[in-house]
Design a protein around this ligand. Structure first.
Ligand SMILES: [Zn+2]
Length: 227
């Protein structure tokens, strides 16, 4: 399940030349889904137009369709304009590595029918992802490695954060901050189909590597176990 972030009234971050995160995320999402399909995977998207979908409903859609992976796509924003490259996150049940990013990405949670209105629902959603944290980290590492190669960045590691959109996913789940929309150079690149295709290729290679390791029995999933 490919999840283009934001949409509708929730525009997400904005580039210095006006590119909206919701627009770039949708176009990257389409490219990623198409590339995954070309590689033999069955890809679905949480949104294929400029619609707002509550954060909780995105993981629910993935669960309902029995998705094997959940990949949420976003664009980063930083005060430092030179910040560049990709950051791949998996869920933290506690404090995250970057509070500012979390505040922006969780802003779309909102209230209403899509949000859990009881503590119990919230805990159950947390547990859904908790069983997959090890696999989520492995998926994050696999994708981060490919995106580092694309950006020419050597040692950037994966991060953890309490992103609401990941909490209810009952499968390995990551959130990819594909590039810094706040960086004028990366904003310009995001408008190029060729760059989006390279991002899609990198993410697809990461997914392939993840499944190759899984099928090779490198690490077994512990469902319902501690941690
Ligand atoms: Zn975002």
């Amino acid at each position: 399940m490919v999840d283009p972030g934001h949409g509708g009234d929730d525009g997400g971050a904005k580039g210095p030349r006006g590119l909206k995160e919701k627009t770039a995320a949708l176009e990257i999402g389409r490219a990623v889904a198409a590339r995954l399909e070309a590689a033999g995977f069955e890809a679905a998207v949480t949104r294929d137009d400029d619609t707002f979908i509550p954060l909780w409903d995105r993981a629910r859609a993935a669960n309902a369709q029995g998705a094997d992976l959940f990949i949420s796509l976003h664009l980063n924003a930083a005060r430092a304009r030179a910040a560049r490259g990709s950051e791949v996150y998996f869920l933290s049940l506690g404090k995250g590595d970057d509070d500012e990013v979390v505040a922006v990405e969780n802003a779309g949670a909102g209230a209403g029918p899509g949000s859990p209105d009881s503590v119990v629902a919230s805990i159950l959603d947390d547990l859904a992802q908790k069983a997959f944290l090890q696999d989520s980290e492995r998926l994050a590492v696999a994708i981060q490695g490919q995106l580092n190669r694309l950006a020419g960045i050597k040692e950037r590691g994966v991060k953890q954060a309490p992103f609401i959109v990941l909490r209810g996913a009952a499968m390995p789940a990551v959130l990819v901050e594909v590039a810094f929309i706040s960086n004028p150079k990366e904003e310009a690149k995001l408008k190029e189909a060729a760059f989006r295709a390279k991002v899609a290729e990198a993410i697809t290679l990461g997914v392939r590597r993840y499944f190759a390791e899984t099928n090779g029995g490198v690490r077994r999933r512990t469902v319902g176990g501690p941690g």
